[in-house]
Design a protein around this ligand. Structure first.
Ligand code: MLT
Length: 312
């Protein structure tokens, strides 16, 4: 019977390696979080969790792949708030965030920092504003494509400054950061996941953080809010998904593995170094993610449509 089939699926799951799909390039922030939790999740599941990067179109190619995967729990997806902005950004989307997935839970919230290349002339935010006014035709701003949080942060920044800069898209902020370090682009708004050491070592310039308060890991970097962009806030939330129809018992097993991973002392310590916040247990649930995603789609949809910020 169907019931027996469901029970069996949960009893034997997982009996082979599990894939964790990351929608951006290897070496970037989403990839780093995924690889960090994949190990303890695999330990809890009793199988290896293999991270695979399915890149392109701001995470929507990966989301389509997972939406179409067999509902058996062998393909897990981690994505950030791009899951909520994509429906408004893309005229044609091959998946529906509210219909094509089962929800495992929210994962972490990550702050962002507005960065400049090391030898970019402005030394602080005030100088940056003046420099941009005088040179707006030549300043370049990197991002990871429509649906990426680097793009969203850049859009907010440009709209607050009333300028349009030349944007340079990458398949993730990992490669974008490499180019910023190499001096090929001027600006990048990136998550703190991998940027804190570069900021501390002076290899990039940090013009401001996107949270309402300064970050303990970067106490000397002012917030954008305190430097004049009142109310400027981007906090990057993340969720974990499997395809629609995955048996509840399998969803529960994956949820337990996620929670075990996020309670792991080594994981906690590594995340704290980058000021990454593990969300409270109530959010690390299927309902916690589903409700949040729904609210976020309703929050960002009108903002994006009003701005007319469509992807091609
Ligand atoms: C990444 O992992 O490359 C980032 O999350 C991309 C972004 O959304 O800015």
């Amino acid at each position: 019977t169907l019931l027996a089939g469901n029970t069996l699926a949960a009893d034997v799951y997982p009996n082979k390696p599990v894939t964790l799909v990351v929608p951006f390039a290897a070496g970037g922030p989403t990839d780093a979080v995924a690889r960090l939790i994949a190990v303890p999740m695999g330990k809890e599941l009793g199988q290896t969790v293999i991270v695979e990067n399915t890149v392109g179109a701001g995470g929507t190619i990966a989301a389509t792949r997972v939406a179409r995967s067999a509902p058996d729990g062998y393909m897990i997806f981690i994505h950030h708030m791009g899951m909520a902005t994509a429906p408004a950004l893309y005229k044609k989307l091959n998946f529906d965030p509210m219909k094509d997935f089962e929800y495992i839970g929210q994962v972490v919230d990550v702050p962002m920092v507005l960065l400049g290349r090391k030898n970019f002339p402005p030394n602080n935010f005030k100088e940056l504003e003046a420099y941009i006014k005088a040179n707006k035709d030549k300043v370049t701003l990197a991002n990871a494509g429509p649906g990426a949080v680097s793009q969203l942060c850049g859009l907010l920044f440009m709209s607050r400054e009333g300028v349009e800069l030349t944007t340079v898209p990458y398949k993730g902020t990992g490669p974008a950061l490499t180019d910023l370090l190499g001096g090929q682009v001027d600006l990048l708004c990136d998550q703190t996941t991998q940027t804190v050491p570069y900021i501390k070592d002076g290899l990039v310039k940090a013009y401001g953080v996107t949270t309402p308060k300064r970050l303990p890991a970067l106490p000397n970097i002012p917030t954008l809010d305190e430097q004049g962009l009142k109310g400027f806030e981007v906090k990057v939330w993340h969720g974990m998904y499997v395809s629609k129809g995955t048996p509840p018992a399998v969803v529960n097993k994956i949820n337990k593995a996620l929670n075990v991973a996020l309670n792991d002392p080594e994981v906690k310590a590594r995340l704290a170094e980058s000021n990454i916040e593990i969300v409270p247990p109530a959010k690390r649930t299927p309902k916690g993610l589903q409700d949040h995603l729904d609210a976020e789609i309703n929050k960002w949809g009108p903002v994006i449509r009003k701005a007319g910020a469509y992807a091609d």
